[in-house]
Ligand binder design. Structure first.
Ligand SMILES: NC(=O)C1=CN([C@@H]2O[C@H](COP(=O)(O)OP(=O)(O)OC[C@H]3O[C@@H](n4cnc5c(N)ncnc54)[C@H](OP(=O)(O)O)[C@@H]3O)[C@@H](O)[C@H]2O)C=CC1
Ligand SMILES: O=C(O)C1=N[C@H](C(=O)O)C[C@H](O)C1
Length: 270
């Protein structure tokens, strides 16, 4: 039985993770954390879901988490980059495994996660769903077949509360496609267009972002040729797929002492 702690327990993903953990017979929820001062502190982690977990949400600032991880095998974190990086240090200090779903890291943040993998097991993935990870494989195949004559554009839509853009998943789709084509994403990415842009350069990979309402997460990669278009689309209708994927990631880490992995590793798709 793997002992799970959840940070950001009152967030959209935190709540899903609480529900998924208590419903998983091979996992045990042993701690739930959120920022001090939040309305859920001191309440049962399942209260907002109408379930009782027996675990009260503890108000712990990210910098103080190290003192609260006794008895935890794996921490699952879907918060914000600055909080995640502090939580990561706490896990390194305590030898606790770490599943990171947070998106929006800069290069230094990603480097810190890679470094942590030298001492603990980490799964770091912008999307934990099986469907999105299968889509990454489909994109690899499509990009190789459609390697010339097709313009590649990535369109993503999310709820109005999302704070980073493009989504981590859209960026990973760009990386997958660019790698399959031997292109450097940093050199060819175009993030939105405005004004007199000139004609599209064939090697570019464009990104377009839509934010509105309660969209859980839609991603389309468009391969546009002359005379035809191919669209590969994934649509999430529930965050539960991310939560169950995260628990799969935690189980995967149970057999690994150190290293940074992603969901392609967890699902055996590498
Ligand atoms: N990898 C994947 O499969 C997925 C990744 N995500 C990513 O997960 C992250 C969270 O998404 P979501 O659940 O929708 O976000 P929410 O805003 O709903 O939840 C974030 C949680 O983190 C807490 N938090 C935010 N900032 C801090 C901080 N500085 N210190 C401590 N706690 C903090 C929030 O507390 P408070 O309420 O007090 O602000 C809240 O509990 C995003 O980066 C998102 O892109 C989302 C879905 C799937
Ligand atoms: O913020 C979200 O909601 C999501 N974030 C992840 C991302 O940035 O790709 C995954 C999913 O799309 C939902």
């Amino acid at each position: 039985m793997i002992k799970i702690a959840i940070t950001g327990a009152g967030g959209r993903m935190g709540r899903m993770l609480v529900e998924a953990t208590v419903n998983d017979p091979s996992a045990q929820l042993v701690a739930a954390f959120d920022r001090p001062g939040g309305a859920n502190i001191g309440r049962d982690a399942g209260e907002v879901l109408g379930i009782e977990t027996g675990i009260k949400v503890r108000g712990v600032a990210p910098a103080d988490l190290a003192g609260a991880l006794d008895g935890v095998d794996c921490l699952i974190d879907f918060t914000r980059p600055e909080a995640t990086l502090a939580h990561l240090q706490a896990c390194v200090a305590h030898g606790v495994k770490f599943v990171v779903g947070t998106t929006g890291f800069d290069a230094d943040g990603k480097a810190a996660i890679a470094k942590a993998g030298e001492s603990i097991g980490v799964v770091f993935a912008p999307n934990m769903s099986v469907g999105v990870n299968a889509t990454f494989k489909l994109l690899e195949v499509a990009a190789k077949i459609l390697s010339s004559g097709y313009d590649i554009e990535i369109i993503e839509a999310h709820h109005r509360f999302k704070v980073d853009a493009p989504s981590g998943t859209a960026l990973r789709m760009g990386e997958v496609v660019a790698k399959a084509l031997g292109r450097d994403l940093d050199a060819v990415a175009v993030y939105g267009r405005e004004g007199v842009t000139g004609e599209r350069k064939p090697e570019t990979i464009g990104f377009a972002t839509i934010r509105g309402g309660d969209v859980v997460g839609d991603h389309t990669v468009l391969f546009a040729g002359i005379g035809e278009r191919i669209e590969i689309t994934h649509k999430s209708s529930s965050r539960m797929t991310y939560a169950t994927g995260s628990l799969r990631a935690a189980q995967f880490l149970a057999g690994r002492e150190r290293g940074v992995f992603d969901m392609q590793d967890v699902l055996g798709l590498r």
